[in-house]
Design a protein around this ligand. Structure first.
Ligand code: HEC
Ligand code: HEC
Ligand code: HEC
Ligand code: HEC
Ligand code: HEC
Ligand code: HEC
Ligand code: HEC
Ligand code: HEC
Ligand code: HEC
Ligand code: HEC
Length: 459
């Protein structure tokens, strides 16, 4: 095999033995890369370490509300022994806002971050997973006693119970009589004998509405519908309907006339106040009409008696007492009673009007928002309102109505628990006040002193 030998030798001679000694741009670059980059990395890390910037651990985009804190890792990740901790402490969250307990009888309290998962992109933090609730509610137990609520809920459109208000046998405890069917019929007799067609909005609107009432007088805005446990995200002035009142919704068609002598109505008030008003009006009247103290049975203001009585002359006080008694018989027994339940205790001169007891909030354990459901007609949810004849009828929708839109899937309204329920008992909220300066928020490398001071304030 001489030929092969020769060939090898020749080939070997062709190899440039000084190849690696001669400089070449690519090789120089490789050297630079292999030595300088690690060096740079070490310097970079050291720099970040020394300046206490935690970006080096970065984990993902922040939620919408916390995006401004992107440069302030330390506001949630409190350093443990000077080292970045990948856990966010509950105390750190609570320096800016409280997350009050759910129920004092819960068996354990999950950490804030198990439900409010951060670094998952521009999301709403309050949009927690069903699992964060069903970890307890799929098999609910309470400390001390048996739970008062449904025990096995694992999803809204699966095992969620019917709403308490819509369960069979439940009734509206209100005492003000109202026949919805009569009032919603065509050509209802309105004020001044003009036929009208009432609409739900003539009696039901949220407090935030500014439109004048068609059949009532505008009242100063009430804030009474706000319940304490309302989550911060619900505005009760738009979410719920104001309770019906006589002055705003009935007065134009149901006056409280008490005597033909007066065009005006009695005030809509307690029987004591009504009595005082009626007596006062009759006193003022008789002072200017003394001739009426002489009573004959031809008095046009009295019903004809079956047999003639001799004319009487009364003192003004006697006259006032008699007239007031007559008017009040009519008021209590007919006018007020059209709408109210009145009782007449034996030992009292005046009747007692039952508490109207109009339910302001039907759901005790869930929120609702009419404003967010403007897209559908009232009757789609309150399907029995047009035909109801009794106040005791419950006109509220049941869970099947909600499930038509709120169910699993991308082409539906949100059906996770947080949409309708409050988790935190906001009535227990403690005030919290953050303490960052604008300077710190803007700076990517906050000074050590500033970082630690922003944590000590929560204690
Ligand atoms: C508003 C509070 C908040 C801020 C600000 C914040 N984080 Fe987090 N971070 C969290 C929460 C909550 C978790 C989940 C940790 C847990 O389970 O306790 C987390 C987890 C992490 C983790 C662990 C991996 C993971 O995704 O679970 C890393 C790494 C991390 N954060 C880095 C950072 C860095 C770097 C910054 C600054 C750029 C930062 N974080 C700013 C709240 C925050
Ligand atoms: C430096 C102050 C600060 C810290 C620390 C902080 N937050 Fe916030 N958080 C805010 C601000 C500001 C908002 C927006 C205003 C609001 O909704 O109250 C907000 C909003 C929220 C919201 C409601 C907004 C949404 O997207 O649903 C939740 C939930 C929340 N934070 C949870 C947490 C948790 C959990 C932690 C701890 C891991 C935490 N926050 C730490 C300042 C802070
Ligand atoms: C079991 C899950 C869970 C835990 C644990 C939890 N939250 Fe929440 N959080 C929710 C849900 C659901 C909401 C939305 C409904 C509500 O307001 O209660 C919410 C709402 C909030 C809001 C927003 C209020 C708003 O609408 O502006 C803040 C702030 C908040 N939580 C802070 C915290 C803090 C701080 C902790 C820890 C101390 C914590 N949460 C623990 C589930 C949880
Ligand atoms: C640590 C366990 C636990 C977790 C997690 C939990 N709950 Fe509860 N929940 C309870 C207990 C305990 C009660 C009260 C039971 C009783 O008193 O009978 C309760 C009661 C309720 C009630 C009825 C009373 C009320 O507060 O109106 C609702 C609604 C409710 N939880 C919703 C939720 C939602 C929504 C979540 C998730 C964001 C959640 N829960 C997470 C334990 C938990
Ligand atoms: C003339 C005024 C009036 C009109 C018009 C009216 N309502 Fe009512 N509504 C009332 C009064 C008064 C109550 C309280 C007494 C009661 O519960 O029946 C009430 C109660 C309600 C309730 C809560 C009570 C329950 O038992 O569920 C709902 C829901 C309701 N109305 C829906 C409607 C809808 C929907 C319409 C239109 C189709 C309508 N109402 C039209 C006066 C009216
Ligand atoms: C057309 C129906 C109607 C008539 C007639 C009527 N009321 Fe009322 N009344 C209402 C309504 C509706 C309420 C509930 C809210 C409100 O207006 O304060 C109410 C509430 C009341 C209350 C407060 C009850 C409570 O909840 O404590 C008293 C007192 C009262 N009325 C007295 C009278 C008296 C006295 C009369 C007769 C002179 C009368 N009302 C006639 C509709 C009527
Ligand atoms: C637009 C005028 C109008 C308004 C506004 C109105 N009503 Fe009436 N109401 C009537 C008329 C007319 C009748 C008699 C209807 C009939 O018998 O056909 C009536 C009848 C009633 C009756 C007796 C119903 C029956 O079953 O026979 C009650 C009770 C009543 N109204 C309560 C109220 C209350 C309470 C309000 C305010 C929330 C109210 N109304 C508002 C016009 C009105
Ligand atoms: C998507 C379903 C839905 C629609 C649409 C709807 N409601 Fe309701 N409504 C409810 C629920 C649920 C409640 C019970 C809320 C509560 O009190 O907790 C309610 C309560 C009420 C109440 C009692 C007072 C209150 O706010 O709790 C009145 C009155 C009422 N609705 C009138 C109306 C009128 C008028 C319309 C049309 C403008 C309307 N609703 C549209 C679901 C609906
Ligand atoms: C016509 C479809 C439809 C029906 C029926 C419906 N919803 Fe909704 N609901 C929606 C939509 C769409 C949203 C989201 C609106 C938004 O976020 O702006 C919503 C939002 C909500 C919210 C959140 C409100 C807020 O302030 O963020 C609650 C709570 C709610 N629905 C409860 C109910 C209940 C309870 C029922 C049954 C009585 C019901 N919905 C029936 C379509 C519906
Ligand atoms: C679309 C709205 C909606 C969603 C989503 C929803 N709920 Fe409810 N939930 C309600 C309403 C409305 C009630 C009735 C409240 C009342 O009667 O006061 C209720 C009642 C409850 C109750 C009390 C039940 C009882 O025994 O009376 C619990 C517990 C509860 N829900 C837990 C959950 C859990 C856990 C989830 C998530 C898996 C969830 N809910 C999802 C609307 C909703």
């Amino acid at each position: 095999m001489p030929r092969a030998k020769l060939k090898t030798k020749k080939l070997a001679q062709r190899i440039d033995l000084n190849y690696f000694k001669r400089p070449h741009p690519f090789r120089r670059l490789r050297f630079l890369l292999s030595v300088c980059v690690p060096a740079l990395a070490i310097i970079w890390l050291a720099w970040y370490g020394l300046t206490r910037n935690n970006h080096v651990y970065s984990s993902g985009k922040m939620s919408v509300s916390h995006a401004v804190l992107t440069e302030q890792c330390g506001s949630c990740h409190v350093k443990e022994a000077g080292v970045f901790s990948a856990k966010a402490s509950d105390q750190a969250c609570e320096t800016c806002h409280d997350g009050p307990i759910h129920h004092t009888n819960q068996l354990f309290t999950p950490n804030c971050s198990t439900c409010h998962t951060e670094h998952r992109g521009a999301l709403r933090l309050a949009a927690t997973s069903d699992a964060s609730c069903t970890q307890c509610h799929a098999n609910l137990h309470a400390a001390g006693s048996a739970t008062r609520y449904a025990r096995n809920i694992d999803g809204f459109d699966s095992t969620h119970p019917e709403f308490a208000a819509a369960r069979a046998g439940n009734f509206d405890p209100g005492t003000v009589k109202l026949n919805h069917r009569v009032h919603l019929k065509k050509n209802l007799m309105g004020p001044n004998g003009v036929a009208v067609q009432l609409d739900c909005g003539d009696c039901h609107r949220p407090p935030a509405s500014n439109e004048p009432w068609r059949f009532g007088v505008q009242q100063p805005k009430s804030s009474s519908v706000a319940l304490k446990q309302e989550p911060p995200s619900i505005n009760p002035a738009r979410a719920y309907m104001s309770p019906v009142t006589y002055a705003q919704h009935c007065i134009a068609c149901h006056g409280l006339q008490f005597d033909k002598r007066f065009a005006e109505s009695a005030p809509h008030d307690t029987p004591t106040a009504v009595h005082a008003f009626v007596v006062l009006r009759f006193r003022q009247y008789i002072a200017t009409h003394p001739a009426e103290l002489r009573i004959t049975n031809s008095d046009p203001n009295l019903p004809q008696k079956p047999f003639p009585i001799s004319p009487r002359v009364l003192t003004p006080e006697q006259w006032v007492t008699e007239r007031a008694a007559e008017s009040e018989q009519l008021l209590w027994r007919k006018t007020c009673m059209q709408c109210h339940a009145l009782s007449f205790p034996a030992n009292q001169p005046l009747p007692v009007v039952a508490n109207s007891n109009i339910t302001v909030r039907w759901f005790q354990h869930a929120v609702f928002n009419h404003d967010k459901h403007r897209l559908v007609k009232c009757e789609e949810c309150h399907s029995t309102a047009r035909t109801s004849q009794e106040t005791s009828d419950v006109l509220l929708p049941g869970i099947r109505t909600c499930e038509q839109c709120h169910h699993a899937g991308s082409e539906a309204a949100e059906a996770r628990c947080f949409e309708c329920h409050t988790y935190h008992d906001w009535s227990r909220e403690k005030p919290a006040q953050g303490n960052l300066t604008l300077f710190e928020l803007k700076r990517s490398r906050p000074r050590e002193a500033n970082v630690s001071s922003s944590h000590s304030a929560g204690e």
